[in-house]
Design a protein around this ligand. Structure first.
Ligand code: PEP
Ligand code: MN
Length: 338
């Protein structure tokens, strides 16, 4: 951390900064220029110390972080890629893992038809929302416990592990008894009570990026999960809010190499929520595989026209099958397989 003193800061003001640093057991390096003094604070934990502690001191002009505020999610902490295991499927290795299924579980017939089709096309994990985080309280909220039971039935019938969203900290235990993997949605990325409970659940967790959050905030949120002693966390980019309004969300494809550089956690892409329209999903999915994603989370519905949630962005089972074949070729060209 670098503390820049104001022009004309007194010796006492500089000494107070040094004393404060020492109270945190930080090393100090003074750089006295002709006009200004700059104090470098040294220590392996400066990323976890709030900059405000120094910024409020008299005579301080600015405080700049050098260390990242996240720790457990960082590559410095764990140089090797983490492999996440979900019901026998490994995410983060050579294989690109496709998780697919409906946005929401709507009925037994709908879920079973979706599960059969995505399995046949080569998906290795079934997705489906039982608890839905809806913008309006009057929209379909999901089948909840009944939805979890149907997911569990689909897992037995099609031998597909299931990933499903948990919205509420109090529901983590319930969802974890049914799901192989928990999903924390974009709107809940910084729901810290939910993160803590999910981290304790002994289930792997897909942490979606908040659509208004930076990569640094996202990795710092991942630290909440990892702080509970698990390393089974997957990061899922699903598009962010920008000025662009020709698409539902702008998919930040550059987040893939940025995360790969800064973190050891597997990275997957959800092209469906970014696209908002089924015609846009395949190109984004293919770009993600080419850019180094470890997996994809794709919405597939046996009859998108009748879907209760996100029908416009859901692929039909035949469009999904075609996409899987195209993805295999892209995966091969980057030394991976599906
Ligand atoms: C979902 O996966 O259906 C979902 C609600 O996603 P997000 O949290 O990315 O909006
Ligand atoms: Mn959805």
């Amino acid at each position: 951390m670098i503390v820049e003193m104001r022009t004309g800061a007194t010796k006492k003001e500089v000494d107070d900064v040094v004393q404060k640093a020492k109270s945190f057991e930080l090393g100090v390096q003074l750089n006295v220029g002709t006009d200004k003094t700059v104090v470098a604070l040294l220590g392996s934990n400066t990323g976890q110390i709030p900059t405000d502690i120094f910024a409020v001191l008299p005579g301080v002009e600015s405080v700049t972080r050098i260390m990242k505020p996240y720790k457990l999610a960082s590559r410095e902490f764990q140089p090797k890629n983490t492999i996440v295991k979900c019901g026998g499927v490994e995410i983060g290795g050579e294989r690109i893992v496709v998780m697919a299924g409906p946005c929401a579980v709507e009925s037994e017939a709908q879920l079973m038809e979706a599960a059969a089709a995505v399995k046949k096309a080569g998906a290795s994990i079934l997705r489906g929302g039982a608890f839905k985080p809806r913008t309006s309280p009057f929209s379909f909220q999901g089948l909840q416990k009944k939805g979890l039971e149907l997911l569990s039935k689909a897992r037995e019938k099609y031998s597909l592990p299931i990933v499903t969203e948990v919205v509420n900290p109090q529901d983590v235990e319930l969802v974890a008894t049914y799901a192989d993997m928990l999903q924390i949605g974009s709107r809940n990325m910084q729901n810290f009570a939910l993160l803590t409970n999910a981290g304790r659940s002994k289930r792997p967790v897909v942490l979606k990026r908040g659509f208004s959050c930076t990569v640094t905030e996202w990795l710092t949120a991942a630290d909440y999960l990892l702080a509970e002693g698990t390393d089974q966390v997957i990061l899922c980019e699903r598009g962010i809010r920008t000025f662009e309004d020709s698409i539902r969300f702008s998919l930040d494809i550059s987040a893939i190499p940025v995360l790969k550089r800064n973190s050891h956690l597997p990275v997957i892409i959800d092209p469906s929520h970014a696209a908002g329209h089924y015609t846009l999903v395949p190109a984004i999915a293919k770009a993600a595989v080419a850019a180094g994603a470890d997996g994809l989370l794709i919405e597939v519905h046996p009859n998108p026209k009748e879907a209760l949630v996100d029908g416009l962005q859901s692929l039909s089972t035949s469009d999904f099958t075609r996409l899987m074949n195209e993805l295999r070729a892209i995966a091969k060209s980057v030394g991976r397989y599906i």
